[in-house]
Design a protein around this ligand. Structure first.
Ligand code: FES
Length: 105
């Protein structure tokens, strides 16, 4: 099933360097803003499935607050143990003031 583009947030809900959690279509999603770009990923660390939105963001790398795994939020790549599998990321587009992500299965 493909749901296509879904609005998650407005641009003004996120400041520079901020990550925020949203529930979209029943899924836990995190959106981060870095230098005017928006990145969306599943708000669940691939290590032990804890939320990752409270993690520390350094440029486009987020560090999970639970056991310290880091991920590149542009690709989802797991950069540091204990995570070995990527973070699921979503395509993002900005439409006027709205941040949209693409759900596709
Ligand atoms: S749950 Fe994220 S590093 Fe363990």
């Amino acid at each position: 099933m493909t749901m296509g583009w879904v609005t998650v947030a407005k641009k003004n809900e996120l400041s520079e360097g901020q990550t925020k959690a949203f529930v979209v279509e029943g899924k836990d999603i995190a959106i981060a803003q870095v230098k005017g770009n928006y990145y969306a990923f599943f708000n669940e660390c691939s290590h032990a499935q804890f939320p990752i939105d409270q993690g520390t963001l350094s440029d486009t790398v987020i560090e999970c607050p639970h056991h310290g795994a880091t991920f590149d939020i542009t690709t989802g790549e797991a950069l540091t143990l204990p995570a070995v599998t990527p973070l699921k990321i979503f395509k993002v587009k900005v439409d006027g003031e709205e941040i949209k992500i693409c759900f596709e299965d």
